[in-house]
Design a protein around this ligand. Structure first.
Ligand code: FAD
Length: 372
């Protein structure tokens, strides 16, 4: 059953391009911090590799906006690129505290009040429900959720980050883990705090008397409020469909798509097999909700002659090997830290700043290099 909001997140390519062309970078700069602000809602397509950050920047500039008018938007796109570079450099270590141990951790579980959307902060509870139903949360809401879980509730970031990743249509391990760590003070020099006044301001609400309704000085030293004391163990699984064995013509190469690469323009005119490979091993380690899986499958329909295969890469390899064909040029994918085990040719992803590679300890050092 499809639950994601098809109006907000259509899956056909023409509608996605239309969304890019509707971006107004000046309105974005003025209002994007507010819950009802002019944000692009493009992250589900960027994270799933349907479009690239470069494609978004190039379209905005082509539509007549100057780099000056687009600076805030380009900087946000660069945040995404920054986290991808961190991932390329750190690989599996993005699952560990990156800069320093998260300060003031009391447990490694999920605060139940967030899981069950009963924090008592109305807009937060509503937005958790939106996350469950629609697979999206505004950046400020994500920051509030992470601050409440890790800095007020004193949970280690890993379990709550897995919870959020599970539900996000735009779930991306680099943006997600690094952002959770940034809020929690494991990938930044200090923790991020918010209070009720800040929540009210950016969500246009006016609730008072919640456990967040206090000054910044007090919130930093506050004991875990009663509402956040109960914790839960997460039970996250992905139920993958059963699919038929792929029909592969081994005289042609096979392009491998996955939940991070659903680019319909990739090698579009080549005469090849095209497989969306959903590896059980991947989803066992990094589960996503049924909503997210349906979204991924719906996006794959933009790719001509795509076959959806639930199985492991070894099964695809075996089809070539059984016929005595070499794998080296037969399997083609896009470079990605999660899929290093794929054999064969790896095409590069599209980057905003292809020359700025490697690990930078902070976004500002990365951004300075990009500006140069
Ligand atoms: C705790 C937490 C978890 C997050 N998890 C994810 C995640 O799993 N996947 C994901 O794509 N983003 C994640 N983000 C970043 C950000 O919240 C989303 O990219 C953004 O809200 C997506 O909505 P949008 O496309 O409307 O963004 P817009 O504001 O319209 O921004 C345009 C694009 O810029 C990029 N961008 C904007 N803000 C950020 C940011 N802070 N960090 C990185 N890239 C950014 C995104 O690609 C986004 O699509 C997370 C942020 C936090 C605080």
């Amino acid at each position: 059953m499809q639950k994601f909001n098809k109006n907000l997140f259509p899956t056909d390519y023409a509608s996605i391009v239309d969304k890019i062309n509707k971006i107004h970078p000046e309105q974005y700069a003025k209002s994007s911090n507010f819950l009802n602000g002019h944000v692009t809602y493009l992250s589900p397509y960027i994270s799933r590799g349907v479009i690239s950050v470069k494609q978004v920047r190039d379209a905005v500039l082509k539509n007549g906006f100057s780099s000056f008018q687009s600076e805030k938007l380009i900087q946000e796109l660069a945040w995404r690129e920054y986290f991808q570079r961190v991932w390329q450099a750190k690989k599996e270590l993005i699952w560990k505290d990156l800069k320093q141990a998260q300060p003031d951790v009391q447990h490694h579980k999920m605060p139940t009040a967030l899981l069950e959307a009963f924090t008592g902060i109305q807009v937060i509870d509503e937005q958790i429900q939106h996350l469950y139903d629609g697979g999206y949360a505004h950046n400020h809401i994500r920051m509030y959720l992470a601050a409440i879980a890790c800095n007020i509730g004193k949970a280690h970031w890993e379990q709550p980050a897995k919870w959020m990743y599970y539900h996000l249509l735009d779930g991306d391990m680099a943006s997600n883990n690094c952002s959770w760590q940034w809020v929690a003070g494991a990938f930044s020099s200090k923790k991020y705090y918010c209070n009720q006044e800040n929540i009210n301001k950016y969500t246009h609400t006016n609730q008072l008397d919640t456990f967040m309704d206090t000054s910044y000085e007090e919130i930093i030293d506050m004991q875990v409020p009663n509402t956040l004391i109960a914790t839960s163990n997460l039970q996250l699984t992905t139920k993958l469909p059963i699919t038929e064995l792929p029909k592969i013509d081994v005289t042609k190469p096979t392009l491998i798509y996955n939940s991070y690469n659903l680019d319909p323009k990739w090698r579009k005119n080549e005469n090849v097999n095209r497989v969306l490979l959903l590896e059980s091993s991947h989803f066992a380690n990094y589960p996503v909700s049924e909503n997210v899986l349906n979204f991924i499958i719906a996006l794959s329909k933009n790719i001509q002659n795509i076959q959806i295969v639930v199985g492991e890469m070894d099964a695809i390899k075996a089809l070539y090997e059984e016929k005595g064909m070499a794998i080296r040029e037969a399997i083609i994918s896009k470079e990605h830290p999660l899929f290093e085990h794929y054999p064969g040719i790896k095409d590069q992803r599209e980057w905003l700043f292809p020359g700025v590679t490697g690990y930078f300890p902070s976004f500002s050092s990365f951004w300075k290099k990009c500006q140069r």
